[in-house]
Design a protein around this ligand. Structure first.
Ligand SMILES: [Ca+2]
Ligand SMILES: [Ca+2]
Ligand SMILES: [Ca+2]
Length: 527
């Protein structure tokens, strides 16, 4: 723990004076647990829940299976005016059976505190069936769930040994005073505090203007200043207990304040309706001993996400958030440390939470490229954070097709790619995926001519379909030629023949040699 203290920059004298000092953490009770990320974690073994019947300090309790109270992890935090507690369990925290289903169940989220750092005051945990035991616990911050719902969040004082002392405690506490004294588990007072009096007939308005209501287990539902929120799956809980609810001694010195050192124990406990064997069960972590409520503000740098994927085209993105998960002021800067020829960030400096906007050029390469942004907050824990930015390469190319000869173009010769729209010669199609594409040509009507024998038709021979390979960022260019068999060409190709009948014969043979699609079209023309 010395290392931790010194990491937070406390002077060496403080390292020696306290078991450990925690800086201020600001926690929001909202069922979201990002704000706990930098708070030291304490763990408890799984599946070690037990009965609550034993009462000797050296007892080993009997195992009772009850996942809902199986404590796995817990954390303690504070700011200038609040204690915060975090719980994580195997099962569902706060789950209780409703009366409709039989008997209304009870569930307790318990933080037990040695507020004066003195084991001779307060009570021993084993008196309440908790295990392992330790001594000196004066006050609790605690939430009860009952009959399927939140019941109360309350403060407890275990500073009385009998009924007379308990009654005296009621009188003190009705005046905002707690007497921290030797206590027992069995005698205690329990109150819900409100900052503003509610007008409830049972409430007591304290000298400072706040109010309290004495509560008993399974009592009416009151939402006072202790609040709790669960994660959506119920496995995690975060609760707050403002310092003021712990009240003050007769001289007005508050029991909870910055600079105090406390021991703290975390327990979960429930009645048995939802457990194997219908037995009460609890689970207690090892105590946090010597927690010093430090006043240091420590910023904690949180950057999210740490990997951004960008498309190939140029653009802007505001995908990166910078947040202070600690306290104090987060002064941060952002700089592109890789890829600054195509990537830039804004802002480059800021105080407090913010968003980093990226501006990036198009990637002219076929391969993806990687840039890196470094977010630095030299005074913060967790600095620096590097964000990797990956930009996709070009995954498409273009196709340009020219058609010859001019007569064919004039006769309506066109092409298309992958069965798309028909296009004229010299058109370019862009955005084609890298790879092979089918180019086809449209059949066109025969040339009409006439000579001394009368009008006649000369069929065009359509170019065959082609497979064209498209490369990333490239334009593939092809030229395809429509043919017509002219008398001159046939005379040259077939010695001794120059009649129109011969030309038509040769054209028909040529048509018959084409692909079936072409043959069907030719038949239609001739039919
Ligand atoms: Ca939270
Ligand atoms: Ca456990
Ligand atoms: Ca004590």
């Amino acid at each position: 723990m010395y290392a931790k203290v010194c990491m937070f920059g406390l002077v060496a004298a403080m390292c020696a004076a306290y078991a450990f000092a925690e800086p201020i953490h600001r926690i929001t009770i909202d069922g979201s647990f990002d704000d706990w990320a930098d708070v030291p974690s304490h763990v408890d073994a799984a599946d070690n829940t037990h009965d609550t019947d034993h009462s000797g300090p050296d007892d080993t309790p009997v195992y009772i299976q009850h996942e809902d109270v199986d404590l796995l992890e817990f954390k303690l935090a504070h700011d200038e005016s609040n204690l915060y507690a975090y719980f994580r369990a195997t099962g569902v925290i706060g789950r209780t059976q409703t009366a409709d289903a039989g008997r209304a169940g009870r569930y307790y989220v318990i933080v037990t505190i040695d507020v004066d750092n003195d084991d001779s005051t307060g009570y021993w945990l084993h008196e309440g069936g908790y295990y392992p035991t330790s001594a000196g616990y004066d006050m609790n911050m605690e939430v009860e769930f009952y009959d399927g719902a939140f019941n109360t969040g309350r403060y407890l004082n275990h500073g009385c040994l009998d009924e007379a002392e308990r009654d005296a405690a009621y009188v003190d506490q009705a005046n905002g005073i707690v007497n921290v004294r030797p206590g027992t588990y069995d005698w205690y007072t329990q109150w819900v505090m409100f900052d503003v009096p509610t007008g409830l007939p049972e409430e007591i308005v304290l000298p400072n203007g706040a109010s309290i209501v004495w509560v008993w287990d399974r009592g009416p539902v009151y939402q006072g200043i202790i609040r709790i929120e669960l994660s959506p799956d119920g496995h995690e809980a975060e609760m707050v207990a403002p310092f003021r609810g712990f009240m003050a001694d007769a001289d007005g010195n508050p029991f909870m304040a910055l600079g105090k050192t406390i021991d703290v124990s975390f327990s979960l406990e429930a009645s048995g309706e939802l457990a194997v064997g219908d037995s009460w069960a609890s689970n207690t972590g090892d105590p946090i001993v010597g927690y010093y409520l430090g006043s240091e503000e420590v910023a904690v740098l949180s950057v999210d996400p740490t990997h951004v994927e960008l498309g190939q085209a140029a653009g802007t993105s505001s995908a990166i958030t910078v947040r202070n998960d600690g306290s104090g002021l987060l002064d941060w800067s952002a700089v592109v440390i890789m890829g600054n020829d195509w990537l830039s960030v804004f802002p480059t400096e800021q105080a407090g939470n913010g968003t980093i906007a990226l501006t990036y050029a198009a990637n002219a390469m076929s391969s993806a490229r990687t840039g890196k942004i470094r977010v630095s907050a030299p005074a913060a824990v967790g600095s620096p954070v590097d964000v990797t930015v990956t930009q996709a390469g070009i995954r498409t190319g273009s196709l340009h097709v020219a058609i010859e000869p001019e007569n064919a173009r004039n006769a309506g010769a066109q092409w298309r790619v992958d069965g798309g729209d028909w296009r004229n010669s010299d058109a370019t199609v862009s955005g084609l995926d890298v790879g092979e594409h089918l180019v086809e040509f449209k059949d066109i009507s025969p040339e009409e001519s006439s000579d001394c024998f009368g009008p006649y038709e000369t069929p065009w021979i359509t170019p065959g379909s082609r497979i064209v390979n498209i490369a990333a960022g490239q334009t593939a260019a092809i030229t395809s030629v429509y043919y017509v068999l002219t008398p001159k060409a046939s005379a040259a190709g077939i010695p001794g023949s120059n009649s129109r009948g011969d030309v038509l014969l040769i054209a028909s043979v040529a048509s018959a040699l084409l692909v079936p699609r072409r043959r069907r079209t030719a038949s239609a023309i001739h039919g």
